[in-house]
Design a protein around this ligand. Structure first.
Ligand SMILES: Cc1ncc(COP(=O)(O)O)c(C=O)c1O
Length: 371
């Protein structure tokens, strides 16, 4: 019976879903959503904060700041709350409003950068904002998940050894690529031990991480509009790019069997299914994919009919066969604005509200930042 006194001390590391009954192909899904942060990001957040406390860069005076599409922000909000640190999360309109509310409820301050960057995403704009913030006040400490080696070390020390223990005969590992911390930590672990594991990176169509053409992406978590500093392709055996329509089809297929996962899991599972059908037709390799989080945070987007009507209308008849074609949309669009949309685009309400209530230097509001 685990008894804990710090929220990061609990994490289910050994739960896998056998997806054969759902997909008809051999794939075990490692579930990373069963902890207080609800995602794989708790590990990276804990490792980065621990290292900064150890090396003295994080002091009681510091204000943590990080660019996150949501999950790292939630994980850092939890750790900051547990340890009495202040935390500012810089995000963009694709972050789910519920996730923003969660971070604020945990005492973090959320700032939304709604100006798209040159690649049509928000990453460069978010990072430029973080740099400005750090230049404005020496108390800000940017952990920089995109370049911080403690991000991949968390998976080198935690996620990969756990998979190795569970599947000593592992042949193929599918890992989604966001910052590539999970991917690089796992890839380094198996390569350095000389293990014959094929490492397959799964990315979204429209992401530039592996040199793709930048394009619209609405599903948070995977993909980048700037190549992350952590990525090293020499450790990666293959890359699969998944269109977001397939991501959405896949999460709905999984939820139809009672397994509600987040969007990036849909991407990874869809890419794994396609890759296995092409490379191991009719065969039975030992294959594992990593599911970074669960589905509840996406109820207002990937699982929501109006959101799908707005962003993926072609999918609606397939996913909601009984839906009325002339269904009224709700007065308030519940999820994020599309990439490239102006701040006042439909769906940007929550983001705009948060942008409006926050201020570059105002860290004194006790409802938005830790005293
Ligand atoms: C839901 C989700 N999936 C996947 C990832 C990607 O993980 P990584 O940054 O380790 O590549 C993230 C990272 O934030 C995430 O939140």
């Amino acid at each position: 019976m685990p008894i804990i006194s710090s929220p990061q001390d609990f994490n289910v590391e050994d739960l896998y879903v056998d997806l054969r009954p759902v997909l008809g192909c051999p794939l075990y899904l490692k579930c990373e959503g069963f902890n207080f942060a609800g995602s794989v990001k708790l590990k990276a957040a804990a490792q980065m904060v621990d290292a900064a406390e150890r090396d003295g860069s994080l002091t009681p005076d510091s204000i943590l700041v990080e660019s996150s599409s949501g999950n790292l922000g939630v994980a850092l909000s939890i750790i900051a709350a547990a340890r009495g640190h202040r935390f500012v999360c810089v995000t963009d309109p694709r972050c789910n409003p519920a996730t923003m509310r969660l971070m604020r409820a945990l005492g973090a301050e959320v700032r939304v950068v709604s100006r798209p960057d040159a690649a049509g995403g928000y990453l460069a704009s978010r990072i430029a904002y973080v740099r400005e913030l750090c230049a404005s006040d020496r108390r800000y400490l940017w952990l920089n998940q995109y370049a911080n080696p403690n991000n991949w070390l968390a998976h080198y020390r935690g996620t990969a050894p756990a998979i190795d223990r569970g599947f000593p005969g592992l042949e193929v590992l599918f890992v989604g690529a966001g910052t590539t911390g999970t991917l690089m930590g796992c890839a380094r672990y198996f390569r350095e031990r000389g293990r014959p594991v094929t490492i397959v990176a799964v990315d979204a169509v429209g992401s530039v991480t592996f040199g793709g053409v930048p394009g619209r992406r609405l599903v948070p978590g995977l993909g980048t509009s700037c190549r992350p500093a952590l990525v090293d392709e020499s450790y990666i055996d293959d890359v699969v790019h998944v269109p977001e329509a397939d991501t959405i089809r896949t999460v709905h297929r999984l939820s139809a069997h009672g397994f509600m996962f987040g969007g990036s899991t849909g991407t990874v599972v869809s890419g794994a299914e396609r890759w296995l059908a092409a490379k191991y037709p009719g065969a039975d390799p030992v294959a594992v994919a990593i599911a970074p989080d669960l589905g509840e945070r996406y109820l207002d987007s990937l699982y929501e009919e109006h959101w799908l009507r707005r962003h993926f209308p072609d999918l609606v008849p397939e996913l909601f066969p009984g839906a009325e074609p002339d269904l009224q949309e709700p007065a308030e669009e519940p999820c994020a604005a599309p990439v490239g949309a102006p701040a006042d685009a439909p769906g940007g309400e929550a983001a705009r509200e948060l942008t409006a209530v926050t201020d570059l230097t105002d860290l004194t509001d006790p409802h938005r930042s830790r005293p």
